[in-house]
Design a protein around this ligand. Structure first.
Ligand SMILES: Cc1cc2nc3c(=O)[nH]c(=O)nc-3n(C[C@H](O)[C@H](O)[C@H](O)COP(=O)(O)OP(=O)(O)OC[C@H]3O[C@@H](n4cnc5c(N)ncnc54)[C@H](O)[C@@H]3O)c2cc1C
Length: 454
């Protein structure tokens, strides 16, 4: 099979160098590869992907589609004897259409590059995972990536209009016409978004664009309790001034962030913190006045207005150091990604604080409060076996807690390898069975990313 691939794709496109295999065998989750792969294959076109899949299907060789490997769930990790299908060489922005407000891209395009190309035409690609400078559009679509702007613009799925997909047997399909409206069939586009490489290889993506927004401005507010901050966030969400970003930090995260970066600009005495931004082109001042009014009415102890881009960038930086700051508390951390209905967020925070006391490990929580998607971080000393065991037990308890509160074990990072049993529990046997049935239709021999997600 590799000989055939070398003949068709060229020598350079088929790599068996152990150092490259090791490098491409895992993502950023910290989970190890499940087994040693056969080769890294780097196609440059849909036809080449189709050939790889035809051969893999015929020879029963597993295939793991891969983007930039920034995933946080082990979804792109190697499995035994697999072809690691590295799609990063398919990196062309094929078209930006200012009439249809759409872009057509290959899967290896870096998210920030598409955003920059759209901005050059005064257009806007809204999805903004924090990994945008590295992650690929293919990876974003396959994980249905989120980010800080979802609260206004939705997740990656909301931007995707149509996909070209190579199926497990090498057939090439287009999931729908690229029109804004298309209800002629079952919604295969949505089915493929978030499928984590288990249902097909995404080889071309049509996304919707928007007119460029205005400059980002906003406020931060420190509160004397998490309850007050959550109530203010809920009122902002229910109001007419939809923010473009609405982020939260609890007391543990504020303390860890200040210890990590004393100049982070966070209020030292606050028990909770909100960041509320607007990117409205007109009447942004009304948005900001409304946010100030809401947080003040909920007893904010300190309100800062960030009117210039430098100040906004500083505030975003404070929120973005969540992981290194929490990591530094004890030397290691487990980062969760739960989502619950917004009305249960306070219960989530109370129960996390109780859990932290009970297990004796710090748990700090921050994240996308407007989406009900928070990232509790469990901190532990990696050199203390007791703490390591307790942290992993606590991780299971946090996932169970999300389900108990009517939510999910993953709001944006996905299942990959890491949360298979948790998603079994979340969905139950009936839904799991239905989903595996869909997989059987699209990939009857199970060559696509086996052992992940489903
Ligand atoms: C610093 C940092 C910040 C992050 N911030 C966010 C965030 O804000 N929001 C968020 O949602 N995630 C975030 N992530 C997680 C990660 O960046 C996203 O999941 C991203 O979408 C993965 O893209 P990738 O190109 O790296 O894909 P990979 O990690 O290579 O792959 C991810 C999954 O997609 C599949 N896949 C990749 N390409 C294709 C394709 N063409 N066809 C079919 N399947 C494919 C893989 O098999 C795998 O299951 C962050 C990660 C890091 C390291």
């Amino acid at each position: 099979m590799l000989t055939q691939l070398r003949e068709s794709l060229g020598e350079q496109a088929v790599v068996t160098d152990p150092a490259v295999l090791a490098e491409r065998s895992h993502d950023r989750s910290g989970s190890p590869a499940v087994g040693a792969p056969l080769a890294v294959v780097r196609p440059r076109s849909t036809d080449q992907v189709s050939l790889v899949m035809r051969l893999a299907h015929a020879h029963d060789v597993p295939v793991v589609p891969q983007g930039a490997l920034t995933g946080l769930a082990g979804g792109a990790n190697a499995v035994p004897g697999a072809i690691l299908l590295d799609l990063t060489a398919m990196d062309q922005i094929l078209r930006i259409d200012p009439i249809d407000l759409a872009a057509v891209v290959q899967p290896g395009v870096i998210t920030a590059d598409l955003a920059a190309a759209a901005a050059e035409q005064d257009l806007f690609y809204a999805p903004d995972p924090a990994s945008a400078a590295e992650s690929t559009l293919g990876g974003n679509v396959a994980t249905n990536a989120g980010g800080m702007r979802c609260v206004k613009y939705g997740v990656t799925r909301d931007a995707v209009r149509s996909l070209e997909v190579v199926l497990a047997n090498g057939d090439v399909i287009r999931t729908s016409p690229p029109t804004v409206k298309a209800v002629g069939g079952l919604d295969l586009t949505s089915l493929l978004v978030g499928s984590e490489g288990t249902l097909g290889v995404i080889t071309e993506i049509t996304v919707g664009l928007l007119p460029a927004p205005g400059p980002v401005r906003g406020i931060t507010a420190g509160f004397s309790s998490s309850k007050a901050a959550l109530d203010a966030a809920n009122q902002i969400m229910a109001g007419p001034h939809r923010p473009s970003t609405l982020e939260f930090m609890d007391e543990v995260v504020i303390g860890a962030t200040l210890a990590y970066d004393p100049d982070a600009g966070l209020p030292t005495d606050a028990k909770a913190w909100l960041l509320v931004l607007t990117d409205a082109r007109t009447a942004a001042a009304d948005d900001i006045a409304s946010y100030v009014d809401v947080v003040r009415r909920h007893g904010a102890m300190r309100v800062d207005v960030a009117d210039d881009p430098d100040r906004v960038a500083e505030l975003l930086r404070a929120r973005r150091v969540l992981n290194p700051a929490m990591h530094a508390l004890r030397g290691d951390s487990l980062n969760e990604d739960v989502a619950v209905p917004r009305g249960r967020l306070f219960d989530l925070l109370v129960r996390l604080a109780e859990l932290s006391d009970q297990v004796g490990l710090p748990i700090g929580t921050a994240g996308h409060v407007g989406d009900g998607n928070l990232h509790p971080v469990i901190c532990f000393d990696p050199d203390d076996p007791d703490q390591v065991r307790t942290a992993h037990r606590t991780h299971e308890l946090v996932l169970g807690l999300a389900n108990e509160l009517g939510g999910t074990v993953t709001g944006e990072h996905g299942i990959g390898l890491e949360k298979l049993s948790a998603v079994d529990a979340e969905l139950g046997p009936r839904l799991r069975g239905l989903q595996r049935g869909i997989k059987d239709v699209l990939d009857p021999t199970g060559v696509l990313n086996p052992g992940k997600k489903l």
